[in-house]
Design a protein around this ligand. Structure first.
Ligand code: C5P
Length: 228
């Protein structure tokens, strides 16, 4: 039977050490509502009907991944790099032989366990006909201060046009790999696409899809997961 084209694949960078967690195990393996954080993310993508393949990028030295029972359609790539950008770029290169340049890649942080199938569906629905691609993001609600670098507010930045980027970020494989190969010092995929002069679509995400960074974030993430 015929494969649908283009395909939708998830690429999950999970090769960080989670330094800000101050824990002995990397944060993507921190126990959360009964299982390691990254299993929540893998299970969500595995349950999303439109996602054809789920690729997980771990560090070559990762000592935890072999202990996990992975959900269907998940493949581990041991090609993580020193930065998130390097991990994503290495992952995109590793899947190039089995991926078409126009296939959509949804890059998602392992440290955002609050993602839901509904949010994945929404992103895909809003972006799949787009020429550029897009990302989940939330409008900024706080008043934003620009600091003077010494702990004092220098000025207030209008929040009117500001959005906080989340993941997944959804771009075409060929263009994303090209953009990431050229970009320097970026913290998400959209910045690499922006550097090409293109404007990724902003699709409203959810506060529950926040990035677990500090130890106290674990309790908040657990509340969201248990309240499902
Ligand atoms: O450290 P940070 O929270 O920005 O990491 C975001 C995501 O990128 C996490 O899922 C982390 O595991 C991943 N990452 C990576 N390779 C690195 C650094 C971070 O895959 N070298």
């Amino acid at each position: 039977d015929e494969m649908s084209f283009p395909s939708f694949v998830a690429l999950i960078p999970a090769a960080g050490v989670g330094a800000r967690m101050g824990a002995s195990i990397p944060k993507q393996y921190a126990p959360l509502a009964g299982k390691p954080m990254l299993l929540h993310v893998l299970e969500t993508f595995s349950a999303a009907p439109q996602v054809d393949q789920v690729y997980l990028v771990v560090s070559p030295a990762d000592a935890y991944i072999d202990e996990l029972l992975l959900p269907p359609r998940c493949t581990v790539l041991r090609c993580g790099g020193d930065t998130r950008q390097a991990s994503v770029t290495n992952g995109l290169r590793a899947i190039a032989p089995q991926t078409e340049p126009d296939d959509w890649v949804l890059v998602h942080d392992a440290a955002r366990p609050g993602l839901t199938v509904e949010l994945i569906d929404k992103l895909i629905a809003f972006v799949k006909e787009d020429a550029v691609g897009g990302l989940l993001a939330v409008p900024v609600v706080d008043t934003i201060k620009h600091s003077n670098g010494h702990g004092r507010a220098e000025r207030t930045v209008s929040r009117e046009l500001l959005w906080a980027a989340q993941t997944p970020q959804m771009f075409r494989h060929g263009q994303l790999l090209d953009a990431l190969s050229r970009a320097q010092d970026i913290t998400d995929e959209a910045s690499a696409i922006e550097a090409l002069g293109l404007h990724p679509k902003l699709v409203e995400g959810s506060p529950r899809n926040f990035k677990v960074t500090l130890p106290e974030d674990l309790a908040v993430a657990e509340l969201h997961l248990k309240g499902m």
